[in-house]
Design a protein around this ligand. Structure first.
Ligand SMILES: CC(C)(COP(=O)(O)OP(=O)(O)OC[C@H]1O[C@@H](n2cnc3c(N)ncnc32)[C@H](O)[C@@H]1OP(=O)(O)O)[C@@H](O)C(=O)NCCC(=O)NCCS
Length: 130
């Protein structure tokens, strides 16, 4: 990986209901240098949609677009999404994008308030280099 890929890249997406109104709807990130990724070539993705924009397919589309970007820019060979067990909406987002469950893994960075490590359901999707 080149050093230019060692930072978290972000983009914001907006809905544009008409030419005069634009509202921030959420963000999607990718990070090929995150600590604890399972394998070389893995790229972590993370996303969040503002409450007003949820339930309209925004995250599903955003995750598809970021996977395409990772492919076209040759950033990595596998997308990784780490999701807490009770986050059903996020789980559906990756399932709809063809991710498969890799396993349950303890985070090396993230902790609950009681100090115990967060355990993430970790999903992956092979990325064809574009
Ligand atoms: C998770 C999140 C990104 C989903 O964004 P979204 O744009 O609403 O998702 P979509 O509209 O693309 O919906 C994806 C699926 O989630 C389902 N879903 C949406 N909200 C849901 C909810 N509250 N409970 C259960 N399922 C839900 C949708 O029905 C859809 O599933 P379907 O294909 O079976 O119908 C959004 O809820 C969010 O930002 N949550 C807080 C931050 C977060 O959890 N980020 C992900 C961390 S891993």
């Amino acid at each position: 990986m080149g050093s230019t890929l060692s930072t978290v890249h972000s983009c914001m997406f907006e809905n544009c209901p008409n030419e005069t109104v634009q509202q921030f709807a959420g963000h999607v990130d990718f990070d090929p240098a995150m600590n604890g990724l399972p394998a070389v070539g893995d790229v972590n993705i993370a996303y969040s949609v503002h409450p007003w924009a949820r339930g309209q397919g925004v995250a599903t589309v955003a995750v598809g677009l970021i996977c395409d970007f990772i492919s076209r820019q040759r950033i990595g060979t596998r997308a990784i999404a780490r999701i807490e067990a009770e986050n059903f909406a996020s789980t559906r987002v990756v399932e709809r994008n063809g991710f498969q469950l890799l396993g349950q893994f303890q985070s090396i960075d993230d902790q609950h308030d009681d100090g115990s490590p967060v355990v993430y359901a970790t999903y992956s999707k092979e990325i064809k280099v574009g």
